[in-house]
Design a protein around this ligand. Structure first.
Ligand code: ADP
Ligand code: MG
Length: 297
């Protein structure tokens, strides 16, 4: 039989905006010592906007936005929404895309107005032997230095532009991470985004810079391996995420916390849902688990 205290704990969780899949979840919550946080949509709002456009020689900005925007319009990634919105604001209705492909963790590709277009990480363009020219490599580095995500755009065999996309840290993230530390937990940032952006967000929210605590450029399929590696070192791991790309890691973690503002895949994979998508609720969940179990012991 489930001790009454656990049921009371689950009910109290609901009042705090924490949906708990079953009373037994509180036990794993109590033992956690490491908290892995996805960046985009979890630590940050995930509401991105295009804040700068850098062009290769002779390239027209409106055409960059029109072609990139048309391909991104077929994707549901937060970066894609930002690019499509910027394109509509600048050029109006977007043309149709054919042969669209979403290359998970890297970007998108498709054919627009007869041009074969690539939009995403520089690594995606390199796969197609369309590397950034030196002036765009410099623009990308400068934007990443400022903590922005640089998105490369290429078509018909050549890289043409770098778009700078900015996301903002949620107002409560730094406070929640300080409180997690106060509970004796080690916060770790995990992202598919590049290392410079990851370090800048980590610094803003108070996560230690270092190879064990800021883990960047991780492809969606590899996020789960990061969790397994920590567990093999004896860590009891909580993972907090929002995306389809976080679902396997949420399932593998000793405790999976899904942002209620995130995807259904993440919510289904998690043990707990933070209804408002606020990291302070993760702190409440751990405090609640400790208090509830202390009552039983
Ligand atoms: P995170 O782990 O932070 O949630 P993702 O794994 O979703 O990030 O994406 C990793 C990186 O891949 C992004 O930072 C971006 O550079 C690139 N990327 C992914 N999807 C897209 C897209 N639709 N358009 C442009 N870039 C993309
Ligand atoms: Mg995410």
């Amino acid at each position: 039989a489930t001790p009454t205290a656990l049921l009371v704990g689950t009910g109290r969780g609901a009042q705090l905006g924490i949906l708990i899949k079953g009373p037994e979840v509180l036990e794993s919550t109590r033992r956690v010592d490491t908290v892995v946080l996805d960046k985009t949509g979890t630590v940050t709002t995930g509401r991105m906007s295009v804040v700068a456009v850098h062009l290769a020689d002779g390239v027209d900005e409106a055409q960059v936005l029109r072609l990139a925007g048309a391909v991104e319009d077929a994707s549901e990634h937060p970066i894609a929404a930002a690019v499509a919105r910027a394109a509509r604001e600048r050029t109006g209705d977007l043309p149709a895309v054919e042969d669209f492909t979403n290359v998970e963790g890297l970007g998108v590709q498709g054919v627009v107005d007869g041009h074969a277009v690539l939009v995403g990480r520089a690594a995606l363009l390199e796969q197609w032997s369309q590397p950034l020219p030196p002036e765009l490599v410099a623009a990308k580095a400068a934007e990443e230095e400022r903590g922005r995500t640089a998105i490369a755009v290429a078509w018909d065999g050549a890289a043409r532009a770098v778009l700078a996309v900015a996301d903002t840290v949620k107002p409560t993230s730094a406070r929640a991470i300080a409180q997690l530390r106060g509970l004796g937990l080690t916060p770790v940032l995990l992202t598919g985004d590049n290392a410079a952006v990851a370090r800048s967000v980590a610094a803003e929210v108070g996560i230690d810079a270092g190879p064990d605590t800021v883990i960047a450029e991780v492809l969606p399929a590899d996020k789960v391996d990061v969790i397994t590696r920590l567990q093999s070192r004896g860590k009891v791991v909580a993972m907090i995420g929002d995306g389809v790309n976080d679902a396997a890691a949420l399932a593998q973690a000793d405790l999976g916390l899904a942002m209620g503002t995130g995807t259904d895949a993440a919510i289904q994979a998690g043990d707990l849902t933070l209804v408002r998508g606020d990291l302070l609720a993760a702190v409440d969940a751990i405090r609640l688990a400790r208090r509830t179990l202390a009552t039983i012991k």
